[in-house]
Ligand binder design. Structure first.
Ligand code: SF4
Length: 442
């Protein structure tokens, strides 16, 4: 197995980005678990894209069988620790908890799952290996994010030979490099990815970026899984957007998580109002910026971040400037010094018009565009026969099969960028599809 890159958590990162939600103390977890009604046909399980048996694992926590709880969770979702930190539980499992019907607080499923998983990994435990006969077929997973890790884990558990390829030295994809550190520490993402590699999955720090590399892969492997995520973040597309101090949100967050971006200027402007924009804005506050603004072209009602993310940003001191569109970045000595904006109005058809004479400037040292990622068209263009619609790979929903027999796909490259748990579900579904195909469609 290839030697893994070493990651050391920067103490300053740990100091500035403490956990957003404190973990349960053991007794608290037992008390919370015993509030669960152990519903039959539990709606919380139905709401989870990976269908974790929520009442089952909660019952085990209630009887202090934490290992049993963790193993039960892992059976459904091999990235259960990261999902327990980053899942929008308010709109998934906890959002559908029956306690809402009785005007009671929903069971804190996310925190209970985290309690079980953290205790499991803290104890040095490893994912239990299934006793499957060895298979001769080889599968390559391109990309080392949640979809590929979930796909690789399931296939390996079924006895297949699996190799993950990624251009980055550390596995985990956005879990390691792109989620705000106060939600999920890079170190925890890596611990979870390492547990999957420990099943016997090989990791190669190699970029598969051209026809020659793909052709080589096709020679060596029976099936190729595309867990390639999305491409570059969109640029602002205004005059001056290549000046110093303009850094896209994912690059900014990755810099913090790897301990290389630990300073920001006084005035930071984030453009966009999705969850990644919120992560970047809050991170800028935590790094010491005095004025952090989010500039968004629509109004407050149209914000795309989840409500709890929006509230969190406001609590951290982020200010919002609505119905505002950047038109230029002005610089001084090669670094951003002001963002020129206009006020806009949007009509019922979604067309934006500039309010005449509304130009104004906002002082800044840093501008962080967080206006979405483009599809990986460069990469996808290498496949002449791959069916792609709106920049997303088209797959069979039940199996993850693409329009090319040897290729399967899952995660952001097929869904356009949803939650980690959706990518995990996609990866596992594709693994089952791959196994069925290799078994002759049975
Ligand atoms: Fe427990 Fe709520 Fe799920 Fe029912 S819906 S099993 S109460 S967590």
């Amino acid at each position: 197995m290839a030697k893994q890159a070493i990651f050391e958590e920067h103490p300053e990162v740990a100091r500035r980005f403490p956990d957003l939600h404190p973990p349960f103390e053991p007794q608290q977890a037992v008390v919370e678990a015993n509030r669960c009604l152990n519903c039959f046909d539990a709606p919380c399980t139905a709401a989870c894209p990976t269908h974790i048996d929520v009442p089952k694992f909660i019952k085990k926590i209630g009887s202090r069988n934490l290992r049993g709880a963790a193993v039960s969770i892992l059976d459904a979702n091999v990235l259960a620790e990261s999902c327990s930190r980053v899942c929008p539980v308010e709109v998934l499992c906890e959002g559908s908890c029956v306690m809402h019907r009785y005007n009671k607080q929903p069971i804190e499923i996310g925190r209970l799952q985290r309690h079980a998983m953290s205790t499991f990994y803290d104890s040095g435990a490893q994912i239990p290996k299934r006793n499957s006969p060895a298979r001769k077929e080889k599968i390559a997973c391109i990309g080392a994010g949640p979809a590929s890790l979930a796909c690789a884990a399931e296939l390996r558990q079924q006895g297949f030979n699996v190799t993950i390829f990624d251009k980055r030295p550390l596995p985990g994809g956005l879990n390691t490099y792109g989620v705000a550190e106060y939600k999920l520490r890079a170190a925890d993402s890596l611990r979870e990815a390492a547990a999957i590699l420990e099943l016997g999955v090989e990791y190669r720090n190699e970029e598969i970026a051209d026809d020659a590399a793909l052709a080589k892969l096709e020679q060596e492997f029976d099936i190729i899984f595309l867990g390639i995520g999305l491409g570059q973040m969109h640029k602002l597309g205004v005059a001056g957007d290549a000046t110093g101090g303009v850094v896209d949100a994912l690059e900014f967050i990755a810099g913090i998580k790897m301990g290389t971006t630990l300073t920001v200027g006084k005035n930071v402007i984030v453009v966009g109002a999705g969850n990644t924009a919120i992560d970047a804005a809050v991170a800028a506050v935590r790094l010491g910026a005095s004025n952090v603004h989010i500039v968004y072209r629509r109004d407050e009602k149209s914000i795309s971040a989840f409500d709890f993310e929006f509230e969190h940003a406001k609590q951290e001191g982020v200010k919002f400037v609505w119905q505002t569109l950047p038109v230029a970045v002005h610089s001084d000595g090669g670094n951003a010094k002001a963002l020129e904006c206009v006020t806009v109005q949007v009509d019922a058809a979604g067309k934006f018009t500039q309010v005449q004479g509304s130009n104004f400037q906002m002082a800044c040292d840093m501008v962080i565009p967080a206006i979405g990622q483009s599809p990986l068209l460069d990469f996808l263009g290498k496949f002449r026969d791959l069916k792609v619609e709106k920049g997303r790979i088209v797959t069979d929903r039940a199996t993850g099969a693409t329009s090319i027999g040897k290729y399967f796909a899952g995660g952001d490259c097929i869904n356009g960028g949803r939650e980690v748990v959706d990518a995990v579900a996609d990866g596992k579904r594709a693994a089952l599809g791959i196994a069925a195909k290799l078994a002759g469609g049975k």
